[in-house]
Every structure is written in structure tokens, then in C-alpha cells.
Design a protein. Sequence first.
Length: 303
Amino acid sequence: MRIVLIRKGETMNKVCMIIALATTIALHAAPAAADENLFGYTYGAETLPKGESEAYLWITDRRDKGQGHYDAQDYQIEFEHGLTDHLQGSIYLPFRSHNIRGAAPVENGAPEYPDVDRNFGFDGLKASLKWNILSPFKDPIGLAVYVEPVWSRIHKVTGERQTELALETKLILQKNFLEDRLVWAFNWTLEQEFRKVKGPQDWGSELEWEFTSGLSYRFAPNWFAGVEGRYHSEYPDFPADFTREHHAWFAGPTLHYGGKKWWATLTYLPQLSGAPLDLARSDTLHLGEHEKREVRLKVGYNF
């Protein structure tokens, strides 16, 4: 079965339009000290100073489920503002693209997910608050808490239309060494989701449990290089049942450049292992809810 949701083509033109929009907003703003993201997936403990703002562009490319064709892109424009010197708020505009042809895990000889061909669909809205409790530059260790309500219209994995309401929370730790040349960060993330896929299905609940961590070293002026890791697991019937459905481990390199007015971070994150496995393909990875690799680019501009 094949579902064509939006006519394929002109994907790069649409991506360029989003990049141009973010750049235009940035160029009409005055420069300020950058609140740089050294990692693609792991958040730092610092917040923007009061009154300062930042615009981000996120692009994540996810590919390969071990069979057929699977590529998906997650796009996100973020606007961030320092409400106080220790509290910042953000608003996100997310978009998704999916191109799926026979790529999902097979059950009883038939694809579990329908084929999808969608370029650049509007996904919903997100907002967040981040409260810095301890600074990694002034205190023995940096500490922050983060909360993010989410409304989503497109399923991240299958590309199906859905209605999803979620609440994501993070505990953020950061420690700087060697006069801030070496930076370590750790996040513990819990996300409770309530989802209804388009059709006669009832609402379902799910808990996502994730750890991310990164270590980055400034090897030249404005340049950081390091490694980042991620552990992700899901509990599909929480809170009724606390049984883990699957988990996956990822790790890979990250590169960051921080200029006077802007910064950029690139992270490559392949899946190293996961379970349950697809024994039919003898994979050591979990490719039902995850892909073989992800690449994420983040660009930010302070004003």
C-alpha cells in the first residue's frame, strides 16, 4: 500500500526558504554574546542573559532501516529569549519530511508501516522554559532544569498523520575543565506522550526515557571537537505498565564553531546497538523505532 501525502519535489528549495527566513531575521538584529550549543543532542546548563535573544535553525537527517528505502528529515526553527539572567523561554516551529518505501520492520510478510512520500510538512508547535540553578563558570558544577510542552501532527517514525500531546522534562548537568577548554555535559530526559494516529484507534500513552552526554575540547580559537552519546528507551503503556519495549545506543563525533555573531554545530550519530533485534535480518540494531544513523546541524545567531 502506498500513500502519497504531498507531491514530491522541490525539497531543497523549501529548505533554502527556511534558511533564508532564519538568516533574514538574524541579519536585522544587533550582535550579542553567543550562548553556544557545543553538542547536537545534549543541552548545556547556561541560559541567555536577561533581554538577549537567539534564533536557531535545526536540521536532522535520519536514514536506513536495513531494508527498502527510508529517509526522514526533521527541521526546526527556534526563537529563544532571556526572561531573567537565569530563566529563558523558547518557541519552536517544527517541520518533517518522510520518504518511505518498504523500509519498516516486516511482520507476517507485510510491511508494518505504509509507504509515505511527504516533503516538508508542518508538524505542530513546541515551547520551553529553562531555569539555570548553578553556573558551570561560577559554581563547582552547572545545573539546570528544562520543561517543554509539545503538540505534534506527524509521527516521527512512520510519517502518519497523528495528534500527539507531550511533556518533556530534562535535568541538565555541565562541568568545565582546563579553564573552560574542556566541557562535559549530561542530560536526563523524561517525556510523557499521549498519541492518537489518524483513524479509529484510541488514544495511547508512552514514556520515553533518555540519557545524553557529550565531551568537547577547544582545539583552536573558536573551534571545539568532541564525542557525544545517547541512550533512548520507550515504555509504551506507561503509567499502566512500566515494561520497556525497546532501547538503543548511539555515539559519534561532534564539531562546533563559535564566531562573534553566530555559531554552528554538526553531529554524526550512528546507532551502535539496540534491542529487541530483527532476527530475520540478523541485525544487532533496533531499526523499528530508530534508524542506522542520524546527522544533525544546528546554526544559531544571538541578537
